[in-house]
Write a protein that binds this ligand. Structure first.
Ligand code: GLN
Length: 479
């Protein structure tokens, strides 16, 4: 059983032809994950009991002659900011090191209802704040493609397990790029769906107006299958949309002839030459498939980083107020008064990046500064969304880089938060606009480091995004 080569279709075929059972696959996948994990630190914890129980249910379905489910028997990993009943969910934070949630996120419930087998929880930047997974309280993740490099962040663990082959697909969360950027750095597919496409019930809140759940996979088809399972209205999340969820995989025809694509000029200026070359070659391949490519302008791009780091920190400062030592977190033992208890719990519990964001966010929301910073940032956000809306009057999809550079070395940017924030330049615009966007592998640098191409489409038009990405993937695989 070659676990790293599995896809959803391959698992389905093997189960239905009785090549192996879901229980055999789950047991082998758990053993493989345990053996491989010391290399990357991508899993924070495995949940063998839960995985074996899910696998047994799939085998029972098959034995009864029933369909095993769209994800029947598929080994899946879940980012540790998404709650799992009875299975520790730490958010990469010391504060939640022992937190065992009493309920499951909707995405988790849907995955298991579809027959998915959750193997474990993946490492991430603390409360999903970061671009390298070095902000985890439980040690950084190493990029399986180059172990001295970061896997990207904040969903570095979820990208790494799929690249390493210790899960077939995984769930991550994206607020400003945390799915696309690690997907690009690790050479896998990563999808940020339209804001509202996937319920966030059970996703630990970072910046609520920006948070998304989305899949990682080794193929576009697998990513689209997972999205069709987890997508759709959920009465438990009032921001989840009523929009029907298409069967995306039915649209993956390989035919993208006549599709109009936009290339944002503002994005192309700031790339390393190798990244720029790979994206240019990718665009040529899309032209060869019959796409019409033209340059477009997204003029508000230059304000995106400032705008995002005001809005996201403002919302984070409010969302993180709940970790006070009274309810589910660790509590500092060195306090005599209630105020000291709050202060010490938060002081000892949060890492440096969370503290930085709480301070920045509290500042931009404070009386006297609100209009100058927060309100201004909200107006800029509208301009960024309008840039995209204007572009989509003329083109069906936008093609862009994901990150200005490939995976950097561990420790290289960790001491310079601003340099770290700048790595999000091409991903936060799509997040601020709430449009679907994804990273699809676009080739490797001379050193063998993966580079992803970003595809962005209109709200709720994941179908066009997947169709284009799949056609591109087919060309890449032929090479
Ligand atoms: N790197 C960005 C940040 O640190 C995005 C994180 C995310 O998408 N969760 O805020």
């Amino acid at each position: 059983m070659d676990i790293p080569s599995l896809t959803i279709d391959r698992v389905r075929h093997a189960l239905l032809s009785r090549e192996f059972s879901a229980c055999e696959l789950a047991a082998a996948a758990l053993r493989f994950a345990e053996a491989e994990n010391p290399k990357t630190n991508a899993y924070l914890h495995l949940c063998p009991e839960r995985a074996m129980a899910a696998a047994l249910r799939v085998d029972e379905r098959i034995a009864r002659g029933e369909d095993p489910g769209v994800l029947g028997g598929v080994p899946i990993a879940v980012k540790d900011v998404i709650v799992t009943k009875g299975v520790k969910t730490t958010c990469g934070s010391r504060l939640l090191a022992d937190y065992v949630p009493p309920y499951d996120a909707t995405a988790v419930i849907r995955i298991e209802e579809a027959g998915g087998v959750i193997l474990g929880k993946t490492n991430c930047d603390e409360f999903a704040m970061g671009s390298s997974t070095e902000n985890s309280a439980f040690g950084p993740v190493r990029n399986p493609v180059a172990l001295d490099r970061v896997p990207g962040g904040s969903s570095g663990g979820s990208a790494a397990v799929v690249a390493q082959g210790t899960a077939v697909v995984s769930l991550g969360s994206d607020t400003g790029g945390s799915i696309r950027q690690p997907a690009s750095f690790c050479g896998v597919v990563g999808v940020t769906p339209t804001y509202g496409r996937v319920s966030r019930y059970g996703l630990t809140a970072f910046a609520s107006s920006l948070d998304h759940i989305g899949p990682f996979a080794r193929t576009v088809k697998d990513a689209s299958t997972v999205l069709s399972v987890i997508g759709g209205r959920d009465p438990r999340d009032s921001t989840s949309a009523e929009a029907p969820v298409p069967d995306y995989s039915a649209h993956l025809t390989g035919d993208v002839k006549g599709l109009k694509l936009g290339l944002p000029i503002e994005y192309l200026k700031q790339l390393t030459s190798e990244t720029g070359d790979l994206i240019a070659r990718g665009v040529d391949k899309l032209k060869a498939l019959g796409c019409q490519v033209r340059e477009i302008s997204l003029p508000a791009t230059e304000y995106a980083i400032a705008c995002y780091y005001i809005i996201a920190t403002a919302e984070a400062s409010s969302n993180l107020a709940r970790y006070d030592g009274v309810r589910y977190t660790f509590r500092s033992q060195s306090s005599d008064t209630l105020t000291d208890m709050y202060r010490n719990t938060r002081g000892e519990g949060f890492g440096a990046e969370c503290k930085r964001r709480i301070m920045l966010g509290t500042y931009v929301l404070s009386a006297g500064y609100y209009d100058a910073y927060y309100l201004k940032a909200q107006k800029v956000r509208t301009l960024i969304a309008r840039d995209f809306a204007n572009a989509f009057q003329e083109v069906d999809a936008i093609v862009a880089p994901v990150s200005p550079f490939p995976a950097f070395k561990l420790g290289e940017k960790v001491g310079d938060p601003l340099a770290m924030y700048l790595s999000d330049i091409f991903t936060i615009t799509g997040s601020l606009a709430g449009i679907p966007c994804m990273s699809v592998p676009c080739g490797n640098t001379a050193e063998g480091l993966p580079v992803g191409m970003q595809i962005l489409t209109k709200h709720f038009d994941e179908t066009t995004m997947f169709r284009l990405a799949d056609a591109f993937e087919r060309v890449q695989k032929k090479e």
